[in-house]
Ligand binder design. Structure first.
Ligand code: MLT
Length: 262
């Protein structure tokens, strides 16, 4: 996979196909591989762009703290480096959605439509933020395995096994501990973005797994109701990462949504 220098780091990125560009932004601990079923389904009809954010997958690492704002600046820099000169469909899952808010604040005209998966606009509670900082310390001490140990039971609460669980575990344990810790610190201090919801005026698809324990259905539905042009869809038999748990359902929804927004 080629890497592209952006804001002082090398970003690993998939950039395939032609046509309307879709920017896929992965969740915490994951990387572009969480979108592989969607890339495969859409690359014949769209330009699919799926980076590894700094600190994840094969991208360079910036230790310390990486804010959602910094990730968003990286994405704008990446689109510019790839000479993407038309607005994109921004498709983000969880932390990928947290990054969408500063991305929109920086330049909302870069976005023609939005797909928000299992994410939220509200910040962490003080307790959740404190737990993230503790986990950041643990990851630096014990390695990426510590993050997998905390997240896998929340991502797959029914103790599921199988390929999806193993793929997600591999992505988290492949991530650099410094990268994980930096993103945890950044997520802990992300601001409230609910004021943005009413300003969004592009077609928006909001999806959420019915069994999501990290961003529960009711919370994601409430976020969707704050966006005037949004459609909310529940994904049965999925938790926090429907893109890998129920890829066919997600692909069908994306295809339908993208056809309607052309
Ligand atoms: C993610 O999937 O990006 C994380 O679960 C988000 C979070 O921990 O809030």
């Amino acid at each position: 996979m080629p890497t592209v220098p952006v804001n002082g780091v090398e970003l690993n990125v998939i950039d395939r196909g032609a046509g309307q560009p879709i920017l896929f932004v992965h969740g915490f601990g994951l990387d572009h591989r969480m979108w592989l079923p969607q890339l495969e389904a859409l690359e014949d009809s769209h330009r699919v762009i799926a980076p590894d954010l700094r600190g994840f997958g094969g991208s360079g690492v910036a230790p310390g703290k990486v804010t959602m704002q910094q990730f968003a600046e990286d994405l704008h820099g990446l689109l510019s480096a790839l000479e993407v000169d038309e607005p994109v469909c921004y498709c983000g899952l969880s932390m990928g959605g947290y990054i969408c808010w500063p991305f929109l604040r920086q330049n909302s005209s870069a976005v023609s439509s939005l797909v928000l998966c299992d994410t939220r606009a509200i910040p962490d509670t003080p307790k959740a933020a404190e737990q993230r900082l503790l986990l950041a310390d643990a990851v630096l001490k014990f390695g990426s395995q510590a993050a997998a140990g905390v997240f896998i039971p929340q991502l797959f609460p029914d103790g599921q096994s199988g390929q999806a669980v193993e793929d997600v575990r591999t992505m988290i344990t492949d991530a650099d501990p410094e990268g994980l810790a930096a993103a945890l610190r950044g997520m802990a201090e992300r601001p409230d973005s609910t004021d943005l919801l009413s300003t969004i005026d592009v077609p928006t698809l909001v999806i959420c797994g019915t069994d999501d324990r990290i961003t529960p259905l009711s919370e994601v539905r409430a976020m969707s109701e704050g966006i005037s042009h949004s459609q909310f869809v529940e994904i049965p038999d999925a938790g926090h990462i429907p893109t890998v748990e129920t890829p066919e359902a997600v692909n069908a929804l994306l295809q339908q949504f993208l056809c309607a927004t052309v």
